[in-house]
Design a protein around this ligand. Structure first.
Ligand code: AMP
Length: 478
């Protein structure tokens, strides 16, 4: 196991800069199938989880072939002319979203390991963020293990599995068990190796990972159920927190990580607020339903008289429909989103993010003049979108603006796999009192969904609420 490292070894690493949000997908069949098309569908369905790069690894005739590049899924696949070469019996893939400092091509997934003849023998995709990756990487490098990526925590998982395989009699399950006693953080991982596929999830189950079937023998693993739907499969269930599933030609094996003991289920609550697609089920709960209910609760929490409810597309719309249902105030889709634009956080500089809002969202002006408006967004992070939208609505002649956030105030960054800015950039952390924030946003009233109501909607406290409360299931170690 990994032992103590001196602080000087850790000093120069840049791993701590790296966070990402990603989607993972995999299909295993005992027979040759059109893995090229299936992975394309699966990754396209998960495009919202990462828009900077993507890639896949196919198991074909016992060998792993990988292809990865920057860009959107369809652009990436369009460039591949010899699609038949990527037909095999299993495939894993990844869509990636990185933040400042993590955009190197070397960090694109899947990561694979090679034998002494240069043939890929193992490949992995990972969604999440490890809190001790920097520490483990330095330790492994010290032991002579080479890394390809600049600061990917996902490669740390791969190198650990590779390290533990020989001492585990080549048992993938044992190597994963050993790996997970070293790593700490959020991880939903799919591994392709030796004619088998393994999927596993961290003991808290922070990032989602579910499985389904395409037919009786073909298994699908996906970050969200929308991936399973995209290939015409049916959803079976989410992997339990700390579960490992290994499929090969003859069998499927389910086991639980030893690390699971004494660890509580803590699924990321922000997946429901913003990150996942509304048609997805996470832990068998429909994301749209949670968003709609949050709008209903927002109205119960703070009723207001108004002429129209509008939602910030896309993730604010279900909550505004819920608000409209509860209040009887008509919902109108009068904020128009340019569908061809990515999520505004992709721009690392604030100045460009501000400009991007103008490109991305535009109101139907004549529906606004003289109206009392309730505007609902899924969350307020830096306040960039909300400030800009209020400015546009005021300019269009809105009489009153009541801003509602369908989530509690975000007061802490996420270091478990969602790209949230550091505290100094979070408007709710800096201005604490919502009256101050209302002044900054220039709105007549401002309300956030209360934590109690949020928990009530989710139906339990077994979630990670770190960005809302500052209490995280795992402490940041290095
Ligand atoms: P801001 O404009 O900084 O207040 O951010 C809030 C807006 O960004 C909302 O419209 C959200 O839908 C969206 N958003 C919230 N969290 C994220 C995230 N982690 N990545 C990208 N966009 C986000």
């Amino acid at each position: 196991m990994i032992s103590q490292l001196s602080p000087s070894i850790l000093k120069n690493s840049c791993l701590d800069k790296f966070h990402d949000e990603c989607g993972v997908f995999g299909i295993y069949s005992p027979y040759k199938i059109d893995t090229f098309s299936l992975i394309q569908f699966g990754l396209f369905a998960l495009q919202h989880r990462g828009q900077e790069a993507c890639g896949f690894s196919v198991l074909r005739d016992g060998f792993i072939i990988s292809h990865k590049s920057e860009g959107l899924v369809l652009d990436f696949f369009r460039k591949i002319s010899n699609s038949e070469c990527y037909h095999g019996n299993a495939v894993i893939g990844h869509t990636r979203y990185s933040t400042e400092g993590g955009q190197s091509k070397k960090n694109i997934q899947p990561f694979f390991g090679e034998d002494s003849y240069g043939r890929s023998t193992i490949s992995i995709v990972h969604n999440g963020n490890l809190v001790n990756a920097q520490y483990i990487r330095k330790k492994l490098e010290y032991q002579g293990i080479n890394f390809i990526s600049e600061y990917s925590d996902s490669e740390v998982i791969l190198r650990l599995i590779q390290k533990y395989l020989p001492e585990s009699n080549n048992s993938l399950e044992k190597a994963i068990q050993k790996t997970t006693t070293d790593i700490k953080g959020a991880y939903s991982v799919i591994v392709l190796m030796d004619n088998k596929m393994a999927a596993f999830r961290d003991p808290n189950g922070i990032r989602p990972l579910c499985y389904g079937m395409l037919n009786e023998e073909t298994y699908i693993f996906s970050s969200e159920t929308c991936g399973i739907d995209s290939v015409g499969g049916f959803y079976v269930r989410d992997l339990f927190p700390g579960e490992i599933i290994i499929v090969d030609k003859k069998s499927v094996q389910f086991s639980i990580l030893t690390e699971r003991k004494n660890t509580k289920r803590r699924i990321c609550s922000f997946e429901y607020i913003y990150f996942s697609r509304p048609d997805s089920l996470i832990e068998n709960i429909n994301v749209y339903k949670i968003r709609e209910k949050s709008g209903e609760k927002l109205y119960e929490q703070h009723p207001v008289e108004a002429d129209v409810v509008i939602g910030v597309p896309d993730s604010g719309v279900p909550a505004s429909i819920g608000y409209s249902k509860a209040s009887g105030i008509p919902f109108k889709p009068i904020l128009v989103k340019n569908k061809y634009i990515g999520r505004s956080f992709i721009l690392p500089k604030q100045e460009m993010r501000e400009k991007m809002v103008n490109l991305k969202l535009n109101p139907i002006l004549y529906e606004i003049k003289g109206k009392r408006i309730v505007i609902i967004d899924d969350s307020i992070v830096r306040g960039t979108t909300s400030r800009r939208l209020v400015y546009i609505l005021r300019k269009a002649g809105a009489k009153e603006i009541h801003f509602r956030s369908a989530s509690p105030p975000i007061i802490g960054p996420c270091y478990l796999g969602v790209d949230t800015p550091s505290k100094k950039d979070l408007i709710s952390y800096n201005y604490i009192d919502k009256k101050n924030i209302a002044k900054i946003l220039n709105v007549d009233s401002l309300e956030f969904l209360s934590m109690d109501n949020f928990i009530d909607i989710l139906g339990s406290i077994h979630y990670c609420f770190g960005c809302f409360t500052g209490n995280y299931p795992i402490q940041k170690t290095h």
